[in-house]
Write a new protein. Structure first.
Length: 300
């Protein structure tokens, strides 16, 4: 199975009277408590969240760099979705650089200045579903509308679309970095809900088309069977990464401020941010190793 079938995933957060639409509170001034001190009664989830972030750093960075290397190495035989996978890997590499600063801000620092940097990177991560949606759309067209897909396959509209997504991503991240735009959280809420619904629709449509494409009712071509299993896994990952915030954040007012900001918030973001490692690992799992077993054991 080719890397065409890699719509993979990663971020939702809704505003409240205490928290800004970000992974973290909006403002801190000198003399205030750190985030960890504010959540000292519920520290377990923050520790778990930071652990996932450092796994992202140590696993996600080399994995995404390997994805970039493989796409560059195989650029003569790339899939139509690889351009979006490449840009998504670049975005995830940048996001995976922030855990040390994030640890310092959560556990040690009370200054507000470094949160501007973090919010910019969080804004970039928030926009990653746009690239995922592009991948899902590309796969949807290839499977469900193959004639139209073939007619558009060799055109440069994918590069233009990737450029537009980067413009939206940087504009969104800059606006989030400022941190004082009224009702800005509604933009993110609409974006994440729309992207989630779109990705689920595309993947269910792909699964249905593959399931119905066999010569017999209960028979499917082996290649299409592998594609069916891969898309099923991808759909499960999408639900795993996005369902918690979609399900929990609309009901944030039913939770106490401490429980929401110190528990629900970190559970949802921890699961979604971990997609920065899941995405490249799934991609790499479908690629052939640089050296096959035959070449490694040729002397035997």
């Amino acid at each position: 199975m080719s890397s065409d079938d890699l719509p993979l995933m990663e971020v939702l957060y809704s505003n409240s009277s205490v928290l800004f639409i970000s992974h973290r509170p909006l403002n801190y001034t000198g003399g205030e408590k750190t985030v960890y001190e504010r959540c000292k009664d519920l520290p377990t989830v923050i520790i778990w969240y930071l652990g996932l972030q450092f796994i992202n750093m140590f696993l996600g960075i080399p994995a995404n760099l390997m994805v970039l290397w493989l796409i560059h190495k195989n650029k003569g035989d790339t899939s139509t979705s690889d351009i979006f996978i490449l840009h998504l890997a670049v975005l995830d590499v940048l996001f995976c650089l922030i855990p040390p600063l994030e640890l310092a801000n959560i556990v040690f620092l009370t200054t507000s200045s470094t949160w501007y940097v973090l919010r910019f990177f969080y804004g970039m991560k928030d926009s990653s579903p746009l690239f995922l949606s592009c991948i899902c759309l590309d796969r949807y067209m290839a499977v469900v509308h193959p004639i139209t897909f073939t007619e558009l396959k060799d055109r440069r509209h994918r590069a233009v679309l990737a450029f537009v997504v980067w413009l939206i991503t940087l504009a969104y991240a800059a606006a989030k970095c400022i941190g004082n735009i009224v009702n800005f959280e509604k933009v993110f809420t609409a974006m994440i809900l729309a992207a989630f619904a779109f990705m689920v629709f595309c993947n269910i449509a792909i699964l249905w088309a593959l399931r119905q494409s066999g010569p017999g009712r209960d028979e499917m071509h082996p290649v299409k069977k592998r594609a069916f299993k891969m898309v099923l896994i991808i759909l499960a990952i999408i639900v795993f990464n996005y369902f918690p915030p979609v399900a929990l954040f609309p009901f944030q007012h039913y939770f106490s401020p401490d429980v929401f900001s110190c528990y629900i918030h970190y559970v949802a973001f921890g699961l979604m941010d971990f997609s920065s490692s899941i995405q490249p690992m799934l991609y790499l799992s479908k690629e052939k190793p640089p050296c096959s077993l035959n070449c490694c054991s040729g002397s035997s």
